[in-house]
Ligand binder design. Structure first.
Ligand code: PEP
Ligand code: MG
Length: 325
């Protein structure tokens, strides 16, 4: 079975009726990129850079970051590499950077909030990302965005990083694509406004589900309430996808849901053509896409949006992936 799946590495993810999906990888290290490329990933849809900052005693320098971003970009051989800026806080801590004790760290000092508060840390990373953009199709992604102001501030700092590089005579891609994570309900609700500000959306379902349902993604006691197929989540996905389509910007999904075969009818119905997932999911999802007829999957997707309960939706979608024989 594993060997058979491996044969699909070089095959495109196209449905039976000819609709193509782009399957990219979520990675947090160079090693994971190697696995992903062996599994036929069309580049990196999410590089979680916080792992560069962990297990060490001080912030990584611009040079250290640039080296790894460049290596990854070169290894992706022309495919896009989406580099997400630092997403610490919440459950992720750094030994050398004391974050305040918080009652609700997931609602607290996290990700872009820290970066906008500490331009020194942010600019160092932005310069490293920009320099890597001279070596391939690098795109920058801002996490935990919840307002237009945050996007504008982040873009302003990106411009500042560009000016700093200009002064040093460094090369970079001046037109590099700028995207934001849609993982906070506020962002989904104002997706139309945010779409005016950026080149792409990447939907982070892990956090989006947690925040929409008020169910801590780490809390085992309420794990049974963590429903990616809750109608409220589906509506958030639809708002985001519609806003992106209306503004003509790209939208992809990079949360765990992207690696869930049962969600394929939802993506097809919403017109989402790019999915980024863990390296281990790539071939399995591709196999499912190859055995899917988009027109009938879309009908199932439409039906899902008419159902009221997570359980019903989940059953409908599960039946879709395991047809009764
Ligand atoms: C997400 O929130 O869905 C996501 C992809 O980011 P992370 O899992 O790193 O929070
Ligand atoms: Mg997230």
């Amino acid at each position: 079975k594993k060997e058979q799946l491996q044969l699909l590495a070089e095959v495109d993810a196209v449905t039976r009726d000819g609709e193509q999906l782009t399957l990219a990888a979520n990675i947090s290290s160079f090693k994971e990129l190697e696995t992903s490329m062996k599994h036929g990933a069309k580049g990196v849809g999410l590089f979680r850079t916080e792992f560069l900052y962990m297990d060490r005693s001080e912030f990584p320098t611009e040079e250290e970051q640039f080296e790894i971003y460049r290596r990854i970009t070169e290894r992706a051989s022309g495919h896009p590499v989406v580099i997400r800026t630092l997403d610490i806080g919440g459950d992720k801590q750094l030994d050398y950077f004391a974050l305040p004790e918080e009652d609700n760290p997931f609602l607290g000092y996290r990700a872009i909030r820290i970066c906008l508060d500490r331009p020194d840390i942010f600019l160092t990373q932005l310069r490293a990302i920009l320099r890597a953009s001279a070596f391939g199709d690098v795109r920058v992604l801002f996490p935990m965005i919840s307002s237009v102001d945050e996007v504008r501030q982040a873009k302003e700092l990106l411009r500042k990083a560009m000016i700093q590089l200009d002064e040093r005579g460094e090369n970079y891609d001046r037109g590099l694509s700028i995207g934001i994570m849609i993982e906070v309900p506020a962002a989904a609700a104002i997706a139309d406004l945010l779409a005016e500000e950026v080149d792409f959306f990447s939907i982070g379902t892990n956090d989006l589900v947690q925040y929409v349902l008020a169910v801590d993604r780490m809390n085992e006691q309420i794990a049974h309430m963590y429903h990616p197929f809750h109608p409220a989540v589906l509506r958030m996905l639809r708002m985001t996808a519609n806003a992106a389509r209306d503004r003509g910007i790209e939208v992809s999904v990079c949360g765990e849901m992207a690696g869930d075969e049962r969600a394929i009818p939802i993506w097809l119905e919403l017109g989402i053509q790019k999915l980024s997932m863990s390296p281990q999911s790539l071939l399995r999802v591709k196999h499912r896409v190859l055995n899917t007829t988009a027109s009938s999957a879309r009908e199932t997707g439409r039906q899902s949006f008419r159902l009221a309960r997570s359980g019903e939706i989940e059953r409908l979608l599960s039946d879709f992936v395991t047809p009764v024989s």
